[in-house]
Design a protein around this ligand. Structure first.
Ligand code: MG
Length: 505
């Protein structure tokens, strides 16, 4: 992919300053979440707000706007050039349609709401956060009105996170797999040998030893330490600055080492996408992943398809044994099966981020319907805890004891993000499409993973089919052109049936 069209080249020259601002903001964001002393927060917030205003100013430069408007009319643009024109046009529309006063109000309300949410969660008291959530719902409704939509106001919001998807697409998506997934769940739970207990989850581990294991995992995943660094943060994340400088974090708790393992692999999956975007796309608006679903399809692929495989459990068995004497003794007795079972335990729970591959999507469905109803006004903020608890009971048969493990668990609404959650399921379902397509080439993936060259060849496959294109295509277009298929839920249901119904972990 490269750029030859004169207008596009001109656009990219101007864009490079915007890129540099985003680069600086990205670095400041990474630092804020890793090493910044806490008292640096107010100044950092101030600086970031100024950087974003500056960015908007550069976008709304008369000459730049005119170039972007005309770029779409150019004939014979390459796919990368079309990608640049499309993404910039979308960004520009947002800057044009959302008034600066509205953006400022959004910023103000959400930074206050974030603090209120944290306190509210700590004391498990929804009433502290409720008035902020009411304002956030109202802001999102207004945002949808400003941005415009044809069908449902939620269309305008989802389009921010997953370009081209509509509320109808999401309705079809969720209702298309819901009963199939419920069937799988019911069958797993009623298997004669099923046990909900995971002793390894309760065992404390040594942090220094876990840090070493995480390094070994990155070695196994062929990470070049000159291009990627790993740090720790309470909420693991990935920050891609360029394809040669990607940072990830993982987290450490007192027990349940599997959570640290899967966070490391998950973020690695996001990082690999950023690291394998083509050189020619660097410093451009399509130089990294933009579709949240596509990004999540990468993190979930590595986390679930590789990290929860039997081959992985075998490979790291010895390393896990070094995490504590208790873990060592348990694994001595239970063997590789013990690790494999622990990593794949299906157990209806209350917390989304701790959910297994089968129950996960019920958490997302609940959030999607709530967001839609809030936006329509058919659900009221004050009734959320009750609706939440009843739905959890209905979907998964578990009921939160308090709001901290119910409606207050996620950070997203406090940050003003509505329409984000569905991309978690979209990405996860897409990861099974990649798996299925890979298997046409490599044969059964679980078998293939036992081979020495597996990781290298999978990375090459993903670079070719997904990563090198950066954000040139939307999710659906990329899937179509790289594996010749339309987005579908079937491969995931097939994978889950095969894995969880045929296997007795
Ligand atoms: Mg992720």
């Amino acid at each position: 992919m490269s750029f030859t069209n004169k207008k596009i080249i001109k656009i990219l020259e101007h864009y490079k300053t915007i890129w540099a601002l985003n680069y600086a903001a990205g670095l400041a964001q990474w630092d804020l979440n890793t090493y910044m002393p806490p008292d640096g927060a107010p100044a950092r917030g101030e600086a970031m707000a100024k950087l974003s205003t500056l960015c908007q100013k550069l976008f709304l430069d008369r000459k730049f706007m005119a170039l972007i408007e005309k770029a779409g009319e150019e004939k014979k643009l390459s796919d990368a050039e079309k990608g640049v024109a499309r993404t910039l046009k979308k960004d520009l529309r947002n800057y044009q349609k959302l008034p600066p006063e509205f953006l400022e109000e959004f910023e103000r309300v959400t930074s206050e709401a974030h603090v209120a949410w944290r306190e509210s969660k700590q004391s498990s008291d929804f009433s502290r956060f409720a008035p902020f959530l009411e304002r956030i719902v109202d802001l999102n409704r207004r945002k949808a009105d400003y941005l415009g939509y044809e069908g449902h106001p939620y269309d305008a919001l989802i389009n921010e996170f997953e370009e081209g998807w509509t509320t109808k697409d999401l309705d079809d998506f969720f209702s298309g797999f819901r009963s199939g997934l419920k069937e799988i769940l019911d069958q797993v739970l009623s298997r004669p040998g099923y046990s909900p207990s995971a002793p390894l989850a309760e065992m404390p581990y040594n942090r220094a030893a876990m840090e070493r294991v995480n390094r070994e995992i990155l070695d196994y995943l062929r990470v070049d330490p000159r291009r990627l660094r790993l740090d720790a943060s309470p909420h693991p994340f990935t920050q891609g600055l360029t394809n040669r400088d990607v940072r990830i974090t993982t987290w450490y708790a007192a027990k349940d080492f599997g959570a640290s393992v899967s966070s490391t692999i998950h973020e690695f999956g996001h990082a690999l996408y950023e690291a394998q975007v083509g050189d020619a796309l660097q410093f451009t608006p399509i130089g990294g992943g933009r579709s949240l679903g596509l990004h999540e399809s990468q993190s979930r692929f590595w986390e679930n398809m590789v990290g929860r495989s039997r081959a992985f459990a075998e490979k790291f068995m010895k390393s896990f044994q070094g995490l504590s004497t208790e873990i060592d003794e348990y694994l001595e007795k239970e063997g590789v099966e013990g690790v494999h079972r622990y990593f794949n335990l299906v157990k209806p729970g209350l917390i989304r981020v701790e959910a297994d591959e089968v129950t996960y999507h019920f958490h997302v469905i609940l959030r999607f319907y709530l967001e839609k109803s809030l936006l329509e006004g058919t659900a009221k903020v004050r009734d959320l805890p009750e609706i939440w608890n009843q739905s959890m009971e209905r979907f998964l048969g578990v009921a939160p004891k308090n709001d901290a493990e119910g409606v207050l668990q996620d950070i997203h609404w406090s940050m003003g993000a509505m329409g984000y959650f569905p991309t978690y399921s979209i990405g996860t379902f897409l990861s099974a499409m990649w798996r299925e397509a890979m298997e046409e080439e490599f044969g059964d993936l679980d078998e293939f993973l036992l081979r020495e060259e597996a990781v290298e060849r999978i990375q090459k496959w993903l670079r070719e089919k997904v990563h090198r294109h950066g954000a040139a295509y939307t999710l659906k277009d990329l899937v179509k052109r790289s594996i010749g298929k339309d987005f579908s839920t079937e491969p995931m249901l097939k994978y889950l049936r095969k894995k969880y119904l045929a296997n007795d972990f």
